[in-house]
Design a binder for this molecule. Structure first.
Ligand code: FE2
Length: 351
């Protein structure tokens, strides 16, 4: 039983043939349209959702053979049955190779025409259903992937919180760094994919501190060279920890989040734009949050003091382009305003 939505287009330059086919197929419940040439066919395809075209091969002007590829490329969901004189049977076979669904021979056996139409429409319906099902599955997979990612991110956030909870000085640091880094990424026009990577890297940037001795991390006095080197291993340790879980870009951001823009950082091998953009962003967000937080070795700076310090580091510690974005962003980001009580300004946070 044909669907009411399925419109057939009968294309033939002879009105008598169009009329014959229309009578037969309308009688079977199909909604039929007609065209007498290529131009009329393309107009009809543009304006109506044609399910199937019965296409005469020999027409004045553009032939059915020439028109077939145009229909198939412009309307791949439209089935095409070629109509040909018996003498053109080789041409009809060639049309099948070009994407036609079937062919019918003149003079028509109307019952065979009807069967060919039914077969082609059945096949078309099946293809559309399969595609719909495939789309549904793809959407489901994407949805599930999103769910898994959300659960995984939640677990990582919990792990980072647990790590920071044992240290009263770093509580909430990674979350705040993530918030500021994303604001900077947004200001810099990062793509959705790069923002997602930046979120992960910011959240995980200090995960390597799990391997740092608490006594050294919380030391109030000046660090020895060895102690400073030990603390700074957290970038490399962090990269090693996350490598099996995240992509290479995220790993690189974590590895290089303490690199100085001018290449002057500890054991630094890359500099300037060679440092991953995400690492350059995290460096600024990390330094700002460290400066505006109490640390064992000094009290928090005020926001204004921290902004001043960050500006001083443009071109040496920080990428100037990111400082420009930072100055536009910092006012809108929630921070704790503190006052510098003692100790030297710390533009080079220990972790
Ligand atoms: Fe760090």
């Amino acid at each position: 039983m044909p669907s009411q939505q399925e419109i057939l287009l009968i294309v033939d330059d002879e009105p008598a043939i169009r009329s014959l086919l229309r009578q037969k197929l309308s009688g079977e419940g199909y909604l039929c349209q007609e065209a007498s040439d290529a131009e009329g066919t393309l107009n009809m395809l543009t304006t109506s959702p044609i399910a199937l075209v019965i296409l005469d091969i020999k027409m004045p002007g553009k032939s059915g053979i020439e028109l077939l590829p145009e229909i198939k490329s412009g309307y791949p969901d439209t089935a095409v049955i070629m109509a040909t004189a018996i003498i053109d049977i080789n041409v009809a076979v060639e049309c099948l190779k070009q994407g036609a669904d079937d062919y019918i021979c003149k003079p028509f056996n109307l019952d065979e025409v009807s069967l060919a139409v039914q077969r082609a429409l059945d096949r078309r319906r099946l293809q559309l259903e399969l595609r719909g099902y495939q789309q549904f599955l793809e959407e489901k997979v994407e949805e599930q992937t999103g769910e898994i990612r959300k659960v995984f991110l939640g677990a990582i956030e919990a792990l980072v919180s647990a790590l920071e909870a044992k240290d009263k000085y770093t509580g909430g640091h990674s979350r705040r760094v993530t918030e500021l880094a994303l604001a900077l990424g947004n200001e810099l026009g990062l793509s959705a994919k790069d923002m997602e990577d930046l979120r992960w890297a910011s959240l995980l940037h200090d995960i390597g501190k799990i391997a740092i001795h608490q006594v050294i991390q919380n030391k109030t006095g000046r660090l020895t060279r060895g102690e400073y080197e030990h603390i700074m291993t957290h970038t490399h340790v962090g990269a090693l920890i996350v490598r099996p879980l995240v992509n290479g870009k995220i790993t690189e951001m974590i590895e290089h989040h303490h690199d100085n823009y001018d290449g002057s950082g500890l054991h630094q091998v890359i500099a300037g734009r060679g440092i991953p953009l995400g690492a350059r962003i995290i460096a600024v967000a990390d330094a700002f949050d460290a400066m505006t937080s109490d640390r064992p070795y000094r009290s928090a700076m005020s926001v204004a003091e921290a902004v001043h310090e960050i500006k001083q580091g443009a071109g040496t510690q920080f990428d100037p382009a990111i400082i420009t974005a930072f100055l536009k962003t910092v006012g809108s980001v929630t921070t704790r305003a503190g006052s510098l009580k003692s100790g030297a300004p710390d533009a080079h946070p220990r972790g």
